[in-house]
Design a protein around this ligand. Structure first.
Ligand SMILES: *[C@@H]1O[C@H](CO)[C@@H](O)[C@H](O)[C@H]1NC(C)=O
Ligand SMILES: *[C@@H]1O[C@H](CO)[C@@H](O)[C@H](O)[C@H]1NC(C)=O
Ligand SMILES: *[C@@H]1O[C@H](CO)[C@@H](O)[C@H](O)[C@H]1NC(C)=O
Ligand SMILES: *[C@@H]1O[C@H](CO)[C@@H](O)[C@H](O)[C@H]1NC(C)=O
Ligand SMILES: *[C@@H]1O[C@H](CO)[C@@H](O)[C@H](O)[C@H]1NC(C)=O
Ligand SMILES: *[C@@H]1O[C@H](CO)[C@@H](O)[C@H](O)[C@H]1NC(C)=O
Ligand SMILES: [Zn+2]
Length: 293
């Protein structure tokens, strides 16, 4: 009897020890998680502090590289591209409402057309790099597919955003019979260079100390002393590079330059269309700094 009792109490001790160990284990796990969360919060807090310090300093060294607002896919379009891909491009173009166009001028003397067209969709975009040679490809199926593509693109239901006026640069496409001069003249391009200027002007007004502010005059002028307004004449236009520097503190790197330029127009177009406030912009920049550096 004695023997049986003692062995059953041993068993209880044993189970108790296991339970205790298990509880300690859970507690340790819990503490680890709490400490983990707290230290991540602390890290984010520190990074925010450093970021604020740096941006107050007005000379952020080693500017971050440009980053597109949304993920994107590159699609190279040329005469050797499979007709399956070309058909898919037409399907995607039909579903898309907003396009960004960046014509390239470097080959105007030859019978070549280089054009970047970004299909801006809700969650991502497709960046199409088009290459076309009028001498060799004008009678091909490829030419016909491009004609279809441009007829979808240049429809009045689509929004086509550009940086500056690029009708003249697109004229070359009309002379290659990819679309007509009539179609081109009817397009209502959304010139973001102008819209950006208005948005920037409204969002970043003159400082109180600025003579232009004292004159109750919000336009740009030679007398303006604001460092955040680099252009001092009413008629000057923002370059894409300056717009990115002053809005996002981002620099364009030389590699993949034209691809980045196209994505940059799309990014600026988004914030201008959504009329971002300074608070929205700062939130974006802080998050970008914390999570992408
Ligand atoms: C922020 O800048 C001030 C000087 O302007 C400096 O004393 C302080 O240590 C800086 N803080 C951080 C977190 O870098
Ligand atoms: C401000 O920037 C200058 C030049 O980049 C640097 O030498 C200085 O330490 C910075 N000051 C702060 C407070 O970060
Ligand atoms: C800036 O905005 C003000 C008011 O919104 C407008 O009167 C002024 O003409 C604008 N200046 C430029 C250069 O767009
Ligand atoms: C604002 O300033 C600009 C440049 O100095 C000037 O051309 C314009 O007439 C001024 N507008 C008003 C309303 O004073
Ligand atoms: C931007 O990058 C280029 C080259 O990639 C560099 O020469 C230039 O100094 C950078 N600009 C700034 C403001 O950091
Ligand atoms: C953009 O938002 C500001 C307020 O944040 C407002 O004053 C301004 O009229 C808006 N602009 C447009 C074009 O909706
Ligand atoms: Zn000013």
């Amino acid at each position: 009897m004695q023997h049986v009792l003692s062995s059953s109490s041993n068993l209880f001790d044993y189970i108790g020890a296991i339970l205790m160990g298990f509880l300690l284990y859970i507690l340790a796990l819990f503490l680890t998680i709490v400490i983990g969360i707290l230290s991540i919060d602390f890290l984010i807090y520190c990074k925010k502090k450093i970021y604020k310090n740096q941006s107050n300093n007005n000379t952020i060294k080693n500017l971050p590289d440009f980053k597109a607002l949304k993920p994107y896919t590159l699609l190279f379009i040329h005469v050797l591209q499979s007709s399956f891909i070309l058909d898919e491009l037409l399907t995607q173009a039909k579903r898309t409402k907003i396009f960004t166009i960046l014509p390239k001028t470097k080959s105007q003397h030859t019978n070549q057309l280089y054009l970047h067209v970004e299909l801006v969709q809700d969650t991502r975009s497709i960046l199409v790099l088009i290459e076309y040679n009028y001498d060799y490809e004008r009678n091909s199926r490829y030419h016909h597919q491009l004609v279809l593509f441009f007829s979808i693109l240049f429809d009045s239901s689509k929004t086509i955003q550009t940086w500056g006026d690029c009708k003249e640069q697109l004229d070359i496409g009309a002379s290659f019979l990819l679309f007509t001069h009539g179609e081109l003249s009817k397009i209502q391009f959304l010139n973001l260079q102008q819209n950006f200027k208005h948005w920037y002007n409204d969002t970043f007004p003159h400082k109180i100390q600025c003579p232009q502010y004292l004159k109750y005059n919000t336009s740009d002028s030679k007398s303006c002393s604001c460092s955040h307004r680099p252009y001092k004449s009413k008629s000057s236009q923002w370059s894409l590079l300056q717009a990115l520097l002053y809005t996002f503190n981002e620099n364009l790197t030389t590699s993949m330059f034209d691809i980045q330029k196209c994505l940059a127009i799309t990014k600026l177009g988004h914030i201008v269309r959504e009329n971002w406030s300074i608070e929205q912009l700062n939130k974006y920049k802080i998050n970008r700094y914390i999570y992408h550096e």
